[in-house]
Ligand binder design. Structure first.
Ligand SMILES: Nc1nc2c(c(=O)[nH]1)N[C@H]1C(S)=C(S)[C@@H](COP(=O)(O)OP(=O)(O)OC[C@H]3O[C@@H](n4cnc5c(=O)[nH]c(N)nc54)[C@H](O)[C@@H]3O)O[C@H]1N2
Ligand SMILES: Nc1nc2c(c(=O)[nH]1)N[C@H]1C(S)=C(S)[C@@H](COP(=O)(O)OP(=O)(O)OC[C@H]3O[C@@H](n4cnc5c(=O)[nH]c(N)nc54)[C@H](O)[C@@H]3O)O[C@H]1N2
Ligand code: SF4
Ligand SMILES: [Mo]
Length: 719
C-alpha cells in the first residue's frame, strides 16, 4: 500500500488506508509518520521508512499516539466554567454559544484597549498552520499584546545568530562520520533520538563521544567520557579549551585568518582562562579539561552537538557564543563531519509575513504603540496593575498550544495570576491541563491526526507535510477554525481570514518548496551544501565567524564571549546550598504525555535525583518523600538517591502536571522568572534550593517566611 492518502477521498472508503503525516511535537527530530486508518479510525502510527531522518523509527512517546488521540479524557466539546476559578468545573456548551460569548468579551476589552488581551502559545504543535498563522492574524488584527515566545531556545538562538549569523550549522547526518563528538548540554537519547543513531554509527567507526552535562543522563552513561560540570559554567569550560588550543598550537591559523573576525581579542580573553581557573569554576578535575582540549585539538573531524540544556542559565547566550567559536579555531568546518549544530531552524525559507500578517496590527492598535509581554514573566505580568510603563493590566488571555501553569517559571505567581477573578481566560487544548483548570472557556482542539499542517525542523533540514488521517474526534476543531470563526464574529473582514488550511500550508514556503513533492512524499529536502562553511561564507554581517560581535558591542554589551556567572551560583547562599536543574523526563515531552498512562507508569512519580553524599548529609533515604524549597516556593516529591546526580546539584525531572504531583505542584514552583544575558530566555537551570527529608521534623518556617506569605494564598503549600 502506498501511503499518501488524499484524506477526503480516502475517508470515503471503508478499509485500510495509510496517511502520511509529521510529528508535531517540540523535538528536533520532526519525524515523518504514517497513520494506518480503518473505517475512519486510526489504528496505529509508525515511522516512515522512506524518510531518511526518521528511518522508520518513532520514539516511545509518539509510537503511542493513538492512545493519546482516543484517550478517554480527551476534550470532546466546548466547556464553560461553572465553579470557582481553578477548580476545573465546567458544563458543556455549544460552539456557537462559546464563540459568541468569547467574541463579545474580547471585543469589549479590545474596544477599550486591545493590548489588555494576550495570546499565550508555544510549541504544543510545531506546525506553522496550527501554530502561528490564523491565530497570529487574529491577534494582530485586534492589536493585542505581542507575546515574546522565548521560553525555550532564545538565548542559544541569539548566541548562534551573533556568532555564526543564524541558527544554522552541520547537517545532522554527517555526525556519523565524525571522529570526536562533544554532546554538549543534550540528553540525546531522551530528546534527540535520531541524532543519537548517527552518534552510535560514529562510535562504531571509532569516534570518541564526550558528554558535557551536570547530570549523568541516559546519554552521558553511554559516552566514553562524561564531564559533569556545574550548571551555567559552560563558557568557562569552552574558554579553557581555547586556552589549551592556543598554548599547544592546535589552531588552524589559515582558517582563522580567512574566515573569522576578532581573533586577537578572543585570544587575549581565552588566555585569562587557564584550565586551573576553569576547573575551579566548573567544579571538574583540571585534567579532564586538558584532556577535552587535547581531544578537540587533535581528533579530526570534530563535531559538537550543542543543545538547549546549557543555555537555560543567566549566561546561556555567552556560553553558546563561546562554544560556537570553537570549530572555527581548529578549522573543523572544512570537513562536512566537523563543526557545530545547535539548531537548523534558520535554514528554512518560511514566509512568516504571509502566514502571520503583522501588517494587520496597525488597524487594531489605532495609533497606540504595540506592547510585548515575555512569556517567561507571565506570573509577574498577570499580577501587574496598569501603569505608564507597563500599559493596561492584562484582562484576557487566550492560551493555545501551551500549558503555562505547568511550564512557566515561578508557578506560584502564575497560578495566582490565572486565579484572578477578573481575568477572562480561554484555553484551546486536547485535555484538561493545569492551565485548562483556570479557563472560563475550554475549547476542544484537533490533534495532528485530524488536521493539515506543514513543518520545518530544528534538528534536520527537511520540510514535512501533515495530512489529516481521520475526521476530528468529537466536536474538536482546529485552532485555525476557531480563530477564523472568532474573526468573523469580531467583524474582521480582511480576505486573509477565509484562507483554508491547505492554502496556509502552501503559503508557508510559497515557491521555495515544491508542494507537489510534499503531497507525494510527505517531505522535501532543502538544498544545503554538505560542508556549509568550509570556505567561510557565514550569514553574519561580516560574512565571517564573529568571535567579536560588533552588533553586541553596539548595544553596550561585551563583544566577546565570556563566562557570565549564574544568578544563583553554587556557594553564594547558605540557606540554599544546592543547585537544581529540571531537565525533561524521557517519556514526557514538556508537559505533554504526562496524562498518558502507559508513559506515566514508566516515569512512576515526580522525582528529585540527589547524590548519595548530599542525601546522607540530610538524612534522606532513597525513595523517601522530600521537601525541595527556596524563597519562591516548596515542592514535595520522591528522592532518588542516584549516581545521575553529581554532588551539589539535584535534578528535578519535569514537567509533571501539577495535579498529578504529590501536592498539586511541580518543579516550576521553584524556578525563577529571571531572563538570560542574550535573547530574553528563561533560566530554568539557574536555581538554588535546599532539600529536607519530609516528615514531622520539617515544619513550615524552615523555609524563609516570605515564601509562604507570598504564595500561600494561591498555592496549596505543603507542610
Ligand atoms: N523526551 C523528551 N524529548 C524532548 C523534550 C522533552 O520534554 N522530553 N523537550 C523538547 C524540547 S521543548 C526541547 S527544547 C529539547 C530539549 O532538549 P535539550 O536541548 O537536550 O535540553 P534539555 O533536555 O533541557 O537538557 C539537556 C541536558 O542538558 C543538561 N544541562 C542542564 N544544565 C546544564 C548546563 O548548565 N550545562 C550543560 N552543559 N548541560 C546542562 C541537562 O542535565 C540535560 O541532560 O528537547 C525536546 N525533546
Ligand atoms: N522546569 C522546567 N520548565 C520548563 C522546561 C524545563 O526544562 N524545565 N522546558 C521549557 C521548554 S524547553 C519549553 S519548550 C516549554 C514548553 O512549554 P509548552 O509549549 O507549553 O509545552 P507543553 O507543556 O508540551 O504544552 C503544550 C500544550 O499544547 C497542547 N497542544 C498540542 N497540540 C495542540 C494543537 O494542535 N492545538 C491546541 N490547541 N493545543 C495543542 C498540548 O496538549 C499541551 O497541553 O516548557 C519550558 N518549561
Ligand atoms: S517526539 Fe521527536 S523522536 Fe518522537 S516521533 Fe516526534 S519527532 Fe520523532
Ligand atoms: Mo523547548
Amino acid at each position: 500500500m502506498t501511503p499518501t492518502g488524499t484524506p477526503s477521498a480516502d475517508l470515503r472508503h471503508a478499509g485500510l488506508t495509510q496517511v502520511l503525516g509529521a510529528c508535531p511535537h517540540d523535538c528536533p527530530d520532526t519525524c515523518s509518520f504514517i497513520t494506518t486508518v480503518e473505517n475512519g479510525v486510526a489504528l496505529k502510527v509508525h515511522g516512515n521508512p522512506e524518510h531518511p531522518h526518521t528511518g522508520g523509527v518513532l520514539c516511545n512517546k509518539v509510537s503511542k499516539y493513538t492512545e493519546r488521540t482516543y484517550h478517554p479524557e480527551r476534550l470532546l466539546q466546548p466547556l464553560k466554567r461553572v465553579g470557582p476559578k481553578g477548580a476545573g468545573q465546567f458544563e458543556p456548551v455549544s460552539w456557537d454559544q462559546a464563540l459568541d460569548d468569547i467574541a463579545a468579551r474580547l471585543g469589549a476589552i479590545a474596544a477599550r484597549d486591545p493590548r489588555a488581551v494576550l495570546p499565550y502559545s508555544y510549541c504544543g504543535t510545531m506546525g506553522m498552520v496550527q501554530g502561528e498563522s490564523m491565530a497570529a492574524r487574529f491577534f494582530h488584527r485586534m492589536g493585542a499584546s505581542l507575546l515574546e515566545r522565548t521560553i525555550c531556545a532564545s538565548a542559544g538562538g541569539e548566541g548562534m545568530v551573533q556568532t555564526l549569523g543564524a541558527k544554522v550549522g552541520m547537517k545532522v547526518e554527517f555526525f556519523a562520520e565524525s571522529q570526536l563528538i562533544l554532546i554538549w548540554g543534550s540528553n540525546s537519547i531522551a530528546s534527540n533520538l535520531h541524532f543519537w543513531r548517527h552518534a552510535q554509527a560514529a562510535k562504531r567507526n571509532g569516534a570518541k563521544l564526550i558528554c558535557i552535562d551536570p547530570r549523568k543522563s541516559e546519554t552521558a552513561e553511554k559516552c566514553h567520557e562524561h564531564i559533569a560540570l556545574l550548571p551555567g559554567t559552560d563558557a568557562a569550560l569552552a574558554l579553557a579549551v581555547m586556552h589549551e588550543l592556543i598554548t599547544h598550537d592546535w589552531l588552524d591559523h589559515d582558517y582563522i585568518a580567512r574566515h573569522t573576525v576578532g581573533w586577537e581579542a578572543l585570544h587575549q580573553r581565552a588566555l585569562q582562562w587557564s584550565p586551573e581557573r576553569a576547573a575551579m569554576v566548573c567544579g571538574v578535575p583540571v585534567e579532564q579539561i586538558r584532556s577535552l582540549a587535547r581531544d578537540y585539538g587533535t581528533r579530526k573531524p570534530a563535531a559538537i552537538r550543542l543543545n538547549y540544556g546549557m543555555q537555560r542559565v543567566r549566561g546561556g547566550g555567552n556560553a553558546t557564543r563561546a562554544v560556537a567559536c570553537l570549530p572555527a579555531l581548529i578549522g573543523a568546518w572544512r570537513h562536512r563531519a566537523g563543526g557545530v549544530l545547535m539548531s537548523s531552524s534558520g535554514s528554512f525559507p518560511v514566509n512568516k509575513a504571509a502566514l502571520q500578517r503583522p501588517d494587520l496590527m496597525a488597524q487594531g492598535l489605532q495609533g497606540r504603540d504595540p506592547r510585548t509581554i515575555n512569556m517567561i514573566t507571565i506570573g509577574d505580568d498577570l499580577l501587574r496593575p496598569a501603569s505608564a510603563a507597563f500599559g493596561p493590566a492584562l484582562e484576557a488571555v487566550v492560551v493555545y498550544n501551551s500549558n503555562p501553569v505547568a511550564v512557566a517559571p515561578e508557578s506560584g505567581k502564575v497560578v495566582q495570576g490565572f486565579a484572578r477573578e477578573d481575568l477572562f481566560t480561554v484555553v484551546l487544548d486536547h485535555f484538561q491541563t493545569d492551565t485548562a483548570d483556570y479557563a472560563d472557556y475550554l475549547l476542544p482542539a484537533t490533534t495532528q491526526l485530524e488536521h493539515w499542517d506543514v513543518h520545518g525542523a530544528y534538528g534536520h533540514t527537511d520540510v514535512l507535510l501533515n495530512r489529516p488521517a481521520i475526521e476530528p474526534v468529537g466536536q474538536a476543531r482546529t485552532n485555525t477554525q476557531v480563530f477564523r470563526d472568532l474573526a468573523l464574529r469580531m467583524g474582521y473582514t480582511d480576505a486573509c481570514f477565509v484562507d483554508d488550511d491547505e492554502a496556509l500550508c502552501r503559503m508557508a514556503y510559497g515557491d521555495k518548496v515544491d508542494f507537489n513533492e510534499l503531497l507525494h512524499k510527505g517531505y522535501a529536502t532543502l538544498a544545503i551544501a554538505d560542508a556549509p562553511f568550509a570556505h567561510g561564507g557565514f550569514p553574519t554581517p561580516s560574512g565571517q565567524c564573529e568571535f567579536f560581535s560588533e552588533r553586541l558591542a553596539a548595544q553596550g554589551l561585551d563583544g566577546l564571549p565570556d563566562h557570565v556567572p549564574n544568578y544563583e551560583t553554587v556557594g553564594s547562599s547558605a540557606a540554599y546550598p544546592l543547585a537544581m536543574i529540571s531537565p525533561p523526563a524521557r517519556n514526557f515531552l514538556n508537559s505533554t504525555f504526562v496524562n498518558v498512562k502507559s508513559l506515566r507508569s514508566i516515569e512512576g512519580e515526580p522525582v528529585l535525583e540527589i547524590h548519595a553524599s548530599d542525601a546522607a548529609a540530610r538524612g534522606i533515604a532513597n525513595g523517601s518523600v522530600v521537601r525541595v524549597f527556596n524563597d519562591r516556593g516548596v515542592y514535595r516529591c520522591k528522592a532518588e538517591v542516584s549516581p545521575r546526580a553529581r554532588p551539589g546539584v539535584v535534578n528535578g525531572l519535569g514537567i509533571w502536571w501539577r495535579k498529578l504531583g504529590l501536592d498539586g505542584t511541580n518543579v516550576n514552583e521553584l524556578t525563577s522568572q529571571h531572563l538570560t544575558d542574550l535573547g530574553h530566555g528563561p533560566v530554568f537551570y539557574d536555581c538554588l534550593v535546599e532539600v529536607q527529608a519530609d516528615g514531622p521534623a520539617a515544619v513550615p518556617g524552615d523555609a524563609p517566611a516570605e515564601a509562604h506569605a507570598d504564595l500561600s494564598a494561591a498555592t496549596p503549600v505543603p507542610v
